[in-house]
Ligand binder design. Structure first.
Ligand code: NAD
Length: 273
C-alpha cells in the first residue's frame, strides 16, 4: 500500500510535534512529504533536524499542496480557511488546527470536500466531550455551554477586558468576564477561539453555543467545562490542561488530540464517535 504523503503548514509547537511523530511513529503508513512555514528558516531547521537535510522544506504553499495527499494546517486562524479551500479544491484531504478560522465555514468545507471526494479532519483539541456532543446531536440538543476558567494573567492584553475597565491584577475572586454566544466569544477572546469553534462545529453552531469565561486567581491550568443538555440525557466534562512547553498558549492535549486523529486516519480501527 502506498504511504500517505503528509504536508504540514506551520512549523511551530503543533506542526513540529506532529512532524516528529509522523517520522518516528507512523513511518510504516505515512511519509512527511513537505513542511512550509511563513518563516522559511523554521521549516528548513525542522527538516534538517528530522532528516539531516532541508529536503522537505517547501518554498511555498503551492509546492506543498502539489506534493501531499493530506495537508495539516497548524499555522494561524487568519489563513486556515484559505489553506483548507486551496487544499480541498486540489482534491487533498486537510486537517485543520486553527479551527477559529473555519468556525462559520462548515457548509462550505462540506461542499468543497464532497465535490472532490476529499476529507476534512478537525481534532477535538484541548476539549473533552466532543464524542458525546456529536452523538447527542444525532438526536436533539437543548443547550450547549462551555465554561472556560483561566488565571487572570492569561487574559493580559485582551482588548475586550481593557474596554470593560477590569483590572486583572486586582481580581481576587472568581470573576465572570464574559457570557454570551460563541460567535462573540471567538471575536473578543482570540486565545479561546479554537475550543469554542470546535464545540460549535460539533454541536449547534456559533449562534446557539453559549460561552462563559471566568478569571480565577485559584487556577494555574486552563480549564474547560462542557455542559450538554439533550433528549438523550445530560453530559458534563471538565478538562484541566497542561500547557505545551514550546508555546504556553497551546494545550499539550491539543497536540495529542491531533496525533490521535492521525492514528485513526492511518489505522484500520476507529474508536469513539
Ligand atoms: N484546535 C485546537 O485545539 C488548538 C489548540 C492550540 C492551538 N491551536 C491553533 O493551532 C495553530 C498552531 O498552534 P501552535 O501552538 O503550533 O502555534 P505556533 O505559534 O507555535 O506556530 C505557528 C506557526 O505557523 C507559522 N505561520 C503563521 N502564519 C503562517 C502562514 N500564513 N503560512 C505558513 N506558516 C504560518 C508561524 O511562523 C509559526 O511557526 C494556531 O492557530 C493555534 O491557535 C489549535
Amino acid at each position: 500500500m502506498d504511504k500517505l504523503k503528509i504536508g504540514i503548514v506551520g512549523c511551530g509547537a503543533i506542526g513540529s510535534s506532529l512532524a516528529r511523530v509522523i517520522v518516528k511513529d507512523f513511518s510504516r503508513q505515512a511519509r512527511l512529504s513537505a513542511l512550509f512555514d511563513i518563516d522559511k528558516e523554521k521549516a528548513r531547521r525542522l527538516s534538517q533536524k528530522l532528516f539531516r537535510t532541508p529536503a522537505v522544506a517547501a518554498d511555498n504553499l503551492k509546492q506543498l499542496l502539489r506534493g501531499s495527499g493530506l495537508i495539516i494546517e497548524a499555522a494561524s486562524a487568519k489563513v486556515s480557511w484559505d489553506i483548507a479551500k486551496r487544499a480541498l479544491t486540489m482534491g487533498r484531504d486537510v486537517m485543520i488546527m486553527s479551527v477559529g478560522g473555519v468556525a462559520i465555514r462548515l457548509a462550505q468545507l462540506t461542499a468543497l470536500a464532497e465535490n472532490k471526494r476529499a476529507k476534512v479532519y478537525i481534532p477535538s483539541g484541548a476539549l473533552c466531550g466532543i464524542d458525546g456532543l456529536k452523538a447527542a446531536n444525532m438526536g436533539r440538543i437543548r443547550k450547549v455551554t462551555l465554561t472556560t476558567v483561566k488565571n487572570p494573567a492569561s487574559f493580559k492584553g485582551v482588548k475586550y477586558i481593557e474596554a470593560k475597565g477590569i483590572n486583572l491584577s486586582k481580581v481576587k475572586k472568581d470573576t465572570v468576564l464574559f457570557f454570551g454566544k460563541a460567535a462573540e466569544a471567538v471575536k473578543y477572546f482570540p486565545q479561546n477561539i479554537n475550543v469554542a469553534a470546535v464545540l460549535s462545529l460539533a454541536g449547534v453552531g456559533v449562534n446557539k453555543t453559549r460561552v462563559r469565561i471566568i478569571a480565577s486567581p485559584k487556577v494555574t491550568r486552563n480549564i474547560h467545562e462542557v455542559r450538554v443538555e439533550s433528549i438523550a440525557g445530560n453530559i458534563t466534562t471538565r478538562t484541566e490542561n497542561i500547557l505545551h512547553p514550546d508555546n504556553p498558549k497551546t494545550s499539550y492535549l491539543a497536540v495529542l488530540s491531533a496525533v490521535a486523529m492521525l492514528k485513526q486516519i492511518l489505522g484500520p480501527v476507529k474508536i469513539g464517535t
